[in-house]
Design a protein around this ligand. Sequence first.
Ligand code: AMP
Length: 216
Amino acid sequence: MPSSDSGVASSAQAIDRPVMYIVLFGAPGAGKGTQSQRLIKSLGIPHLSTGEMLRAAKASGSELGQVAASYMDEGRLAPDELVVGIVCERLLEADCARGCLFDGFPRTVEQARLLDRFLADRGLRVSVVIDIRVQMAELQRRMLERSRVERRVDDTPETIQRRLQVFEAQTAAVLSYYESRDHGTVESVDGLGGPDEVFDRIMGAVDRHRGRACPC
Ligand code: AMP
């Protein structure tokens, strides 16, 4: 994990807008992508989608990208060290000094712990975890539809099933981690309904946690 310390903590108190590190949590197909776009526009913070970062690494053909691809193409999670390394490097960039929106990260308890440590070293913490809830049958329906429309290589019926199973098996533990480590950090939001409706629910939850990135 990178150890150099750029603007992340130092400028954290410098500007009026509250610093917010938001985790957008939800199964594949829960609507994280759509809601992320709206949130970053509304909050003015950068979007850190590990799926996008890994797809970019894969497309670049780098060694790291090839390793990531071997996991992604099978619908399995990439190794924690690899993903956290990419995220922490990104967090050290100046535009993340006022917070960011994590999309698809952390996906394991180990990733959540490493992120906590990285932020705590800088006097910061995750402000809120937004848990977008959607029933399994609806998730399957949405993902099959997306695979048809977008032709994403990692959205075949087999990988869709695998990704949903991986989410159930591994990622749900991340919620328990956040619930136990800091009571009140997790906000569950109903993900059924139109995008505007879901967005309003999410913003309501975000508003309840504004200015909560700094534990001091
Ligand atoms: P996504 O676009 O978020 O659904 O991610 C697509 C794929 O990238 C996943 O199925 C994983 O193989 C990989 N991936 C994305 N984020 C992570 C993460 N935080 N940890 C491990 N693997 C990830």
